[in-house]
Ligand binder design. Structure first.
Ligand code: RAT
Ligand code: ZN
Length: 413
């Protein structure tokens, strides 16, 4: 048997790139759905163009446009307007715009059009199930984690009856609708048959745990997830949210052996008129994450934060607590320059013990660009890091690179 050849410095970049392109990825956070759940799975041209990242950008081109006038348009008319403003009248240089081009080109469509009619004709011939296969194949994905919310009116009907699950779509119980802004969710939970009261009595906590277990069972949830404001603190005796997390969520997560994903740093609806596009960010408290990890050593925490300023602190927290797993470059951090910086920093501080990226795709088609853009950056950063090993006198083979990439991007946390 001949030993596997060691890669030279010249061979490294293309070897890393090829291995990463060939790796079927596990996408740990998306907003796309098993096609059996019906219309909650968004896909196609008009959804792609009315993505809230692009909605925010169109208002920058048309500051005089009343938000109400935009929302009054049909989805098709909104997409036409976005195409005209962001792709026809100016070059589509932003990351969200570039993504649309990558997505269209990767399925063989020519985006050099002034009106969308020719592209719409192609999409009109597709059906959701076949399109899922096409996108998974082109983006080379093994599986994606959904964001499942029992109170989402678009999603809930799909779960009313059992159905044959597509094993590529893993369940995640999203907690925001049951926990945030307490006591608002109390009536919602009570309406769903859980005997909760506004006061956090023993019965309320017990019933909330029952809710979590019922829905983790129904979704076959691989983790629970919540998005949190920058003001989130633990310990915080007076905070209903912190109390609910500590008394209801963490015990259930521990008993089920599943992690809790905390996505920290969102300031919801700073501009409510922009709806989904109206959220902003703030610097969050890394000490809170450390204290939770220390006080709940049997729980596992998947953590992502929205502020660039938190990225270094989160790496250090993960070095101190093995039950913290940093994941992804979330939302406003999902841009090439920032993915490059954050991935570099995480590799330097954490080796291979983090999840470099998730897509956060809200529209199936976005998987086509979010992953190809991220693969390119991650491959570039890794090539440099392997080159550093060669400089130090260490040898690297293709199969070692393949193994390492799997540890980063094909994990089911
Ligand atoms: O990135 C996004 O699309 C955000 O609107 C959110 O979905 C965020 O990722 C979240 O899961 O709360
Ligand atoms: Zn998300």
């Amino acid at each position: 048997m001949t030993a596997e050849p060691k890669l030279t410095a010249r061979q490294l970049p293309s070897a890393v790139r090829r291995e990463l392109d060939a790796l079927p990825i596990t996408d740990v956070h998306t907003h796309i759905y098993d096609p059996a759940l019906g219309p909650v799975l968004l896909w196609g041209l008009d959804e792609l163009l009315t993505y809230h990242y692009l909605v925010a950008e169109v208002f920058r081109c048309r500051p005089e446009m009343a938000t109400g006038d935009f929302w009054a348009l049909s989805k098709t008319a909104q997409a036409d307007l976005i195409w005209d403003e962001l792709f026809v009248k100016r070059s589509p240089l932003s990351e969200a715009c570039r993504g649309v081009l990558t997505a269209l080109i990767s399925i063989g469509l020519d985006p050099h059009v002034r009106t969308l009619a020719p592209l719409r004709r192609w999409f009109a011939k597709q059906n959701a199930r076949d399109y899922v296969d096409l996108v998974f194949d082109k983006a080379n994905l093994r599986r994606v984690y959904m964001t499942n919310d029992p109170f989402d009116p678009a999603e809930a009907p799909g779960w009313a009856q059992p159905f044959a699950r597509d094993p590529r779509f893993l369940g995640v119980l999203r907690l925001d609708s049951a926990l945030m802004n307490w006591p608002e969710p109390a009536a919602r939970l009570a309406g769903a048959g859980f005997r909760v009261e506004e006061a956090l009595s023993g019965q309320t906590i017990a019933e909330l745990r029952r809710y979590l277990n019922v829905w983790c069972d129904r979704f076959e949830a691989r983790y629970m997830a919540i998005s949190l404001p920058p003001s989130f603190r633990y310990p915080a005796v007076q905070s209903p949210l912190t109390n609910l997390l500590v008394k209801a969520v963490l015990p259930v997560a521990e008993a089920r052996g599943i992690p809790l994903a905390m996505m920290i740093g969102v300031r919801k609806l700073v501009n409510p008129a922009l709806r989904l596009a109206g959220d902003s960010l703030g610097v969050s408290d890394v000490e809170t994450v450390e204290q939770l990890a220390r006080d709940f050593p049997k729980n596992r925490f998947l953590i992502t934060m929205l502020a660039r300023e938190n990225m270094h602190g989160l790496c250090i927290a993960a070095r101190k607590f093995a039950n913290i797993l940093p994941f992804g470059c979330w939302w406003f951090l999902n841009n090439p320059s920032l993915i490059d910086e954050i991935t570099r920093m995480r590799l330097e501080l954490l080796g291979l013990s983090f999840v470099p990226q998730h897509s956060d795709a809200r529209v199936l088609d976005q998987l086509l660009y979010k992953w190809s853009h991220s693969r390119a950056i991650i491959a570039g950063v890794l090539s440099e890091k392997y080159a550093g090993l060669l400089d130090a006198g260490w040898a690297v083979t293709r199969s070692e690179i393949r193994r390492d990439l799997g540890l980063l991007l094909d994990v089911a946390p």
